[in-house]
Design a protein around this ligand. Structure first.
Ligand code: B1M
Length: 219
């Protein structure tokens, strides 16, 4: 890696740690001008910063305002890179319809939005319902648009249980396997996905696209 690129990634991480949205946007734009792959900018730069603040917060060494500011800066950086991410896919054919949401009680949106952008870039028709979404609303929308996949993000150990509740509701209504469910978010493991009878999980947005393609039989 060139020194310039190494410095850019470091500055990106630091801009998130400092909660400096303007600088994060500026660095995202600079990475575009330099031809840095947008996913690298996110995973090798900005995410390092947001994970650092998350760990500091978890250890009681950073506080809510810092977490909020880091979240805002991260959101701004990802939004700046979104057009580049959308250019990544060739999006030749319609792959299928996906309803995406962060579960009820949970307002973390950055990872979910990134997954949605990558799915769109790969030809999926994505309806992103946003954050804090109750199961009945998500299922209702899936039926309304005849979605093949419901994608559920959860970032809190206290809200991941909402993924199981939604799957149980689908089973009760005999809506599976017509509607497949993919789950994700920082605390979500393969074991959890298996335990709650989800159709799959992935650790990141690239894996989410591969999984979604498998679920619609187009991998
Ligand atoms: Co919150 N938060 N937060 N937070 N936050 C975490 C999750 C935490 C781990 C931090 C910590 O303590 N170390 C902790 C949870 C602990 C736990 O549950 N055990 C935590 C906490 C405690 C809280 C609050 C309770 C704090 C408080 O109020 N006291 C509160 C909860 C509010 C609520 O939801 N009700 C809260 C609030 C916030 C902010 C609003 C300030 C902000 C979010 C801003 C926003 O989204 N607009 C925030 C942030 C930024 C974080 C951390 C630091 C970063 C999350 C993030 O955006 N990561 C986070 C610590 C961490 O995860 N390291 C933390 C970057 C993003 C690209 O990654 O979201 O993991 P991620 O998404 C990845 C993969 O997980 C996967 O692909 C994505 C792209 O690679 N993926 C999927 C995600 N969804 C997927 C769906 C799929 C497939 C893959 O299929 C459908």
């Amino acid at each position: 890696m060139s020194e310039e690129l190494e410095k850019l990634y470091k500055d990106m991480a630091q801009s998130i740690i400092d909660g400096d949205s303007d600088l994060a946007v500026e660095l995202a734009q600079k990475s575009i001008e330099m031809g840095v792959p947008p996913l690298d900018a996110i995973t090798k730069g900005f995410v390092i910063g947001v994970n650092y603040i998350g760990d500091q917060f978890g250890a009681g060494e950073a506080f809510l305002p810092e977490l909020v500011m880091a979240g805002e800066a991260m959101k701004a950086a990802v939004a700046t890179l979104e057009p580049e991410l959308l250019k990544l896919g060739e999006a030749r054919e319609t792959m299928g319809k996906v309803i995406l949401a962060t579960v009820e009680g949970d307002i973390h949106e950055i990872g979910k939005t990134l997954v949605g952008t990558m799915l769109s870039a790969s030809g999926f028709e994505v309806t992103d319902l946003g954050v804090d979404q109750p199961a009945d609303k998500i299922i209702g929308k899936a039926l309304e648009i005849d979605a093949q996949i419901i994608g559920l993000s959860a970032l809190l150990t206290t809200t991941m249980v909402r993924q199981r509740e939604l799957i149980e509701e689908l089973d009760k209504e005999n809506l599976r396997p017509r509607i497949k469910v993919m789950v994700g978010g920082a605390p979500i493991t393969r074991d959890w996905a298996t335990k709650i009878k989800a159709d799959g999980t992935s650790e990141d947005a690239v894996g989410a696209v591969q999984l979604a393609k498998q679920l619609v039989g187009k991998s």
